[in-house]
Design a protein around this ligand. Structure first.
Ligand SMILES: C[S@@+](CC[C@H](N)C(=O)[O-])C[C@H]1O[C@@H](n2cnc3c(N)ncnc32)[C@H](O)[C@@H]1O
Length: 359
């Protein structure tokens, strides 16, 4: 067996929280399971390798990595480079795969929709003998994981727990019955479409709805950014009220951006698959709106939205506005006041606050 943790793998999101790590016992268990396989596959595909722990340690196998986020792509590339490893092949969960998958290693995502999307792709692009090894931390187990696995595979076997992680080995794939990969939610008489795994599966998020009910738009807001746009609902509702504005939508998730493209269209609409505002020049926008992220899989990391807020300040024109909705408990006001000269609450309820920050 190869030694574990041969490479130095770092997180590439900012956080002072030392408990947040670049890999878990579930990643180690996956690596061990692969190293124990007697017959190594011709075509190995790795799903949901967040910072590149598996990609780096299995680099010699020439795996394809299925990635969903721009931040993930950047982190994996940085770790490969820092460990003197060459680039690996990336694909996304809705692209067609060039070669038939023989073995898939899958770090089970928090989103069951995304888990299902991954299995859909594997079943569609694999040999009949494909083996899928999924791993998760025991505390994140839900019977829905088994239910979804059983839809696609006859053989669904759980391993014993090691360091509080567990494997699920899937064999004997069932005949492919393609499920719907795009679902829709209805808001304000419009059907918003979204791929499995995109934020607010099945219903509009309460914070989004609260934000849309209280958003302030002025005629002078001509160049607008919907930051962390998800399926594009906030940007589109703005466009319905002010059809002539230039609207930009940016999200870290490929599936979110592809969903937003289905919902928000026009020559004045610009979609960006990115996780940083460095793609925009200083003083670009009159208005930035956001329901920002702070949950990342099973973690909470407020450094990510705080870094985005710094970018917002830089990209706003003088006199421009940033409107942001957030859970009360995050206490963003203190942080926003360090960046913007004027921060006011424009609406609040028991759980959420909407801030207006003037530059
Ligand atoms: C709370 S959801 C809001 C989605 C949408 N605006 C809504 O209200 O339904 C946050 C979104 O932030 C995205 N996200 C996470 N990190 C990001 C980053 N660094 N830059 C841009 N978007 C990010 C997630 O993919 C997710 O779609």
């Amino acid at each position: 067996m190869l030694p574990l943790k041969k490479y130095n793998i770092k997180r590439y999101d900012l956080s002072e929280d030392k408990s947040l790590q670049a890999w878990s016992a579930a990643d180690e268990y996956l690596l061990e399971a692969f190293n124990d396989m007697e017959n190594k596959p011709n075509n190995l595909v790795i799903y949901h390798d967040r910072f590149g722990f598996l990609g780096s340690h299995l680099h010699q196998e020439g795996p394809t990595l299925i990635v969903t986020n721009k931040s993930q792509e950047k982190a994996i590339n940085s770790n490969l480079k820092a460990n003197y490893l060459g680039p690996l092949k990336f694909a996304n969960p809705i692209s067609s795969l060039e070669n038939q998958v023989d073995v898939a290693l899958l770090k089970t995502p928090k989103s069951l929709g995304l888990f299902q999307l991954y299995l859909e792709q594997i079943v569609q692009y694999s040999s009949d003998e494909v083996t899928v090894v999924c791993a998760f931390m025991t505390r994140h187990f839900s019977s829905n994981i088994l239910e979804i696995a059983n839809q696609y595979f006859e053989g669904v076997e759980q391993s014993k727990a090691v360091k509080k992680a567990r494997l699920l080995v899937l064999t004997k794939k069932k005949k492919a019955v393609q499920q719907k990969l795009i679902h829709s939610i209805t808001y304000n008489q419009m059907e918003y479409q979204q791929y499995l795994g995109v934020f607010s599966e099945g219903h509009i998020d309460y914070a989004t709805q609260f934000f849309l009910e209280n958003i302030e738009l002025e005629e002078k807001d001509q160049n607008i950014l919907d930051l962390a746009s998800g399926n594009g609902i906030i940007g589109n509702e703005i466009l319905k009220q002010q059809p002539d504005v230039e609207i930009h939508l940016m999200d870290d998730s490929f599936l979110a951006v592809e969903s937003a493209k289905l919902n928000v269209k026009g020559e004045n609409v610009h979609h960006h698959f990115n996780n940083e505002l460095s793609i925009f020049a200083d003083e670009t926008f009159d208005l930035i709106v956001s329901n920002p992220p702070f949950h990342f899989e099973h973690e909470i990391n407020i450094q990510v939205p705080l870094e985005l807020f710094k970018g917002c300040c830089r990209c706003l024109k003088a006199g421009g506005k940033f409107q942001v909705v957030a859970s009360r408990h995050l206490n963003f006001k203190t942080h926003l006041q360090r960046l913007f000269p004027q921060v006011e609450i424009i609406a609040e309820d028991k759980k959420f606050v909407i801030y207006r920050c003037m530059k």
